[in-house]
Design a protein around this ligand. Sequence first.
Ligand code: ATP
Ligand code: MG
Length: 158
Amino acid sequence: MTKVFETNGEAETKALASRLAQLVKSGMTILLEGELGAGKTTFTKGFAEGLGIERIIKSPTYTLIREYTQGRLPLYHMDLYRLENTGAEEMGLDEYFDGEGICIVEWGSVVEEELPQNHLLIQMDTSLIDINQRTLTISAVGEAYEKVLKELEDERKD
Ligand SMILES: Nc1ncnc2c1ncn2[C@@H]1O[C@H](COP(=O)(O)OP(=O)(O)OP(=O)(O)O)[C@@H](O)[C@H]1O
Ligand SMILES: [Mg+2]
């Protein structure tokens, strides 16, 4: 199942992410794809706010994984852009994917085989015409994820 969302400006992307954060269930994984500057970290900030995490999220490019435990569910924010030389196994990514928290993954494609089979995949694309416009193409794999995506879509119609 795939649904397409358009946002205009950082605030709208954060608001969409925040709404999604209120719908996700324990143990879910969200994969964020999109070029540099597409808005993956911006999305994650809004998502964290939606979980009730107040501490500002920096891009974890140099730490790979940051954990936040003060929200409704634990949040594991991974940015795997620099993982290639490190190797996924030493990182113990499975423990995060199998845990109770929500994994939100930037540049997950570098460890494609290690990613959970069921997930929400969010492809973020910029626009050539409007610098503040983003297209978020959200695909749900697995029944639980389809339910969440449907709820996100239904809220939009209200
Ligand atoms: N509709 C929008 N949604 C999200 N960000 C937007 C939007 N319009 C403009 N922006 C701007 O685009 C930039 C997105 O940066 P961000 O760090 O979130 O990207 P990223 O995908 O995480 O990049 P990187 O791959 O380098 O980590 C921010 O400066 C943000 O203000
Ligand atoms: Mg980023």
